[in-house]
Ligand binder design. Structure first.
Ligand code: ATP
Length: 354
């Protein structure tokens, strides 16, 4: 079994707290993404799992083994880095074979393992080339191949696609999903790209300020964000967050009342300052009754239009409407929020778990 768990893990660099009370239970065979902005602690988490860094306190388990003090080579893991780290003077076949060579595996066994990895990653035709004769995506596949031949229990991937162009990234995303499906191995994947996390992972740990803000399925992270940080980090554009106050079951924005469906996403309906969250796809733009707003920008992406709207308090929100809908800058409109899609958050300063 290759479940992975962090139990009450703290990590300090000198006096700087990089990770605070990290608790994560990753199931055997699961694809988990560690997602968050720069400096949130995701690479440190992965490096501690790899044995390249050590926790200040707490326990890290792989399967039923406590690995805190175990050398990287004894952990039964393989790591793929953003930089690929291929040996330039070796051929593709030699690069892939390298971990086996180091382990003293020779002859036919080594050749067969390389062949199997090359077939799985469609590298058969490139085995005799040097890394510089390959595209970025092919090089990344060689790095994956080198991880595959080790047949580890757990794969650790640190932003493996970030050096690729957009088209290749989307191709490799699909490849990695397929690879995970075929291998069924535990994979822990560090990224700051929400699209990668949302499309590839079974579960996402959203991190910020050395703390896991939410650890859940992509669907739950998107539809039921645990706090304002998660709501504002996920989605393009992200969830709108509007300052106002709860008053007698309504939400009041600059003197205008918005009815709230009490049954959904509403943690507390206590009167007082709060933040209303609504995704751009649940904001409808019309005339007549509704929250008054002014159109400030309409961006047609081809399959939809993203509209920036100014509210009476001069804050701005976005709406997602059908492509080609005619909206003029400066035009007054009336907004409605789908009442069962409204979230209500406490009006804490940056909205994250601190
Ligand atoms: P990025 O996406 O930029 O790589 P990250 O989320 O992976 O960010 P980490 O590399 O885990 O972030 O770093 C977490 C915090 O710990 C950062 O504030 C970083 O500056 C700090 N840190 C990391 N390694 C060290 C170190 N060796 N010494 C001191 N501080 C460190």
């Amino acid at each position: 079994m290759a479940n992975v768990s962090f139990k009450n893990v703290h990590k300090r660099f000198g006096t700087y707290v990089a990770l605070e009370k990290l608790d994560l239970d990753i199931h055997d065979g699961e694809f988990v993404a560690l997602l968050g902005p720069s400096g949130c602690g995701k690479s440190t988490t992965l490096r501690m799992l790899a044995g390249l860094d050590f926790p200040t306190s707490g326990e890290i388990m792989i399967g039923d083994r406590l690995v805190n003090d175990l050398a990287p080579g004894k952990r039964d893991i393989a790591m793929v880095f953003q930089s690929y780290a291929l040996y330039p003077h070796m051929t593709v076949a030699e690069n892939i074979a390298y971990p086996l060579k180091k382990r003293g595996i020779k002859g036919k066994a080594r050749e067969e393992a390389v062949q199997k990895a090359a077939e799985l990653l469609q590298l058969d035709a490139f085995l005799h080339r040097k890394p510089k004769e390959l595209s970025g995506g092919q090089q990344q596949r060689v790095a994956l191949g080198r991880a595959l031949v080790r047949e580890p229990q757990v794969f650790l991937l640190d932003e493996p696609l970030s050096n690729l162009d957009a088209k290749l990234r989307s191709y490799m995303r699909a490849e990695l999903i397929e690879l995970h499906r075929r291998l069924g191995k535990t994979m822990v994947y560090v990224t700051h790209d929400q699209l990668e996390a949302m499309t590839m992972a079974n579960r996402i740990a959203v991190m910020h300020g050395g703390l896991v803000q939410q650890f859940d399925t992509p669907d739950t992270i998107y539809n039921r964000p645990a706090n304002r940080f998660v709501a504002g980090f996920i989605g393009t554009p992200p969830m709108n967050q509007i300052d106002g106050a709860v008053d007698g079951g309504d939400f009041v924005i600059a003197g205008h009342r918005v009815p709230i469906d009490r049954t959904t996403f509403v943690a507390s309906l206590k009167d007082g300052a709060a933040v209303l969250g609504v995704r751009p796809e649940f904001v409808s733009i019309g005339t007549g009754d509704g929250l008054p707003a002014t159109v400030r920008l309409a961006e047609n992406t081809g399959h939809e239009t993203i509209v920036t709207l100014e509210l009476p308090d001069h804050s701005r929100i976005s709406a997602r409407v059908e492509a080609g809908r005619r909206l003029d800058v400066g035009q007054p409109v009336a907004l409605r929020f789908q009442s069962d899609a409204i979230h209500l958050f406490e009006a804490t300063e940056n909205g994250a778990r601190l």
